[in-house]
Ligand binder design. Structure first.
Ligand code: 13P
Length: 340
């Protein structure tokens, strides 16, 4: 393991004004996204869509890295150039999702354990050959009156740490993603307690399994009330709760925290990241690793048609630029209307 290289990659991923695009939707998830715009999920359409995003000129000013799916890291653009090369040409670091999904956890109704450890050492070596310099593994926790259980938190923390250790050994920066889901009626206070417990267990396991904090990134949820909670919270309340939670769970040695959007609207995800950065300085960079919140407008503008590729790229660049402003706490809602 070359700690200097890991640390340099982790810091490049959270460089000033930059964040990550999560474009690692699995086969099932990308089909859902394409269904919403009436586009068939064929290998060619998936390639066309991602090629559109990866050829957006200037994206590298706002985007440090892109998380790819197994199919995409092997795909070529129309002209035969590898998609990975398109990213590298724009100064963007390729990454790869390596978990194989959240499966039902034995003896734990309604809970999941994320799988993908079998053969992971070999897959990481191949992904590094293919150009990946960072990876992602997502664990999920549902909130109800009784869940998540300590059992679910513990086994997911162990799996995340085992993945992270294998990544660091292979010279790949692990992004560890313990996602507390927003579905439900729970309050922001309950989201705080569960998020704190999941992160506390995770950092303990990362320590036990000899991972180096300087060479990894955390990809968490924000501390938010459930979608169906009757008491919603302001962006400032969410920002304060999230920062307060992380100050007690995330070691200062971790270079950065890159939030998932988790079904917030694109504008909310930007405004809340901005509100957190306005509270800074913080011990770590607070950045983004958004999927839906960066792609939703681009997907709608594209609609599967070659004629709309420029409009799709513009919509993506516009969102990337606003999230870049939020990295400095310099976003204002009127920027939403400005042309990209
Ligand atoms: P969302 O921002 O759409 O939640 O996706 C981020 C991600 O990578 C989830 O694993």
């Amino acid at each position: 393991m070359d700690l200097n290289e890991l640390n340099a990659t982790a810091r490049a991923l959270v460089a000033p004004g930059k964040g990550i695009l999560a474009a690692d939707e699995s086969g099932g998830t990308i089909k859902k996204r394409f269904d919403s715009i009436d586009v068939e999920s064929t290998e060619e359409n998936r390639r066309d869509y991602r090629e559109m995003l990866f050829t957006a000129k200037g994206a590298g000013d706002f985007i440090s890295g892109v998380i790819l799916y197994d199919e995409t890291i092997r795909q070529n653009a129309h002209d035969g150039t590898r998609l990975v090369k398109l990213l590298e040409d724009e100064g963007i670091i390729p990454g790869i999702k390596v978990d194989t999904g959240a499966m039902p956890l034995a003896f734990a109704d309604g809970e999941t354990l994320t799988e993908g450890l079998d053969g992971l050492r070999g897959r990481l070596a191949e992904y590094r050959e293919l150009g990946a310099r960072f990876a992602k593994w997502r664990a999920t926790y549902s909130i109800t009156d009784d869940l998540p259980s300590d059992y679910c938190i513990e086994v997911n923390a162990q799996a995340l740490a085992r993945y992270a250790a294998l990544c660091q050994e292979a010279g790949i920066v692990p992004i560890v993603e313990p996602e507390v889901l927003m579905e439900g009626t729970h309050t922001i206070e309950r989201s705080f307690v569960v998020t704190e417990a999941a992160q506390h267990a995770l950092f303990h396991e990362l320590y036990e399994q000899r991972c180096v904090y300087e060479g990894l990134l955390l990809k968490p949820n924000m501390v938010l009330p459930g979608y169906e909670c009757t008491q919603q919270a302001s962006d400032e309340e969410i920002a304060k709760a999230t920062v307060r939670c992380f100050r007690s769970t995330v070691p200062a040695a971790v270079p950065g925290v890159v939030f998932l959007s988790g079904g917030q609207s694109d504008e909310q995800a930007t405004a809340r990241l901005d509100a957190m950065n306005k509270l800074g300085p913080h011990p770590w960079e607070l950045s983004f690793s958004y999927g839906r919140a960066l792609q939703a407008p681009a997907l709608k503008a594209w609609r599967g048609s070659a004629e709309n590729v420029d409009a799709g790229r513009d919509a993506y660049l516009h969102r990337a630029k606003l999230n870049s402003a939020a990295r400095y706490g310099k976003y204002t809602p009127d920027m939403e209307k400005a042309a990209s």
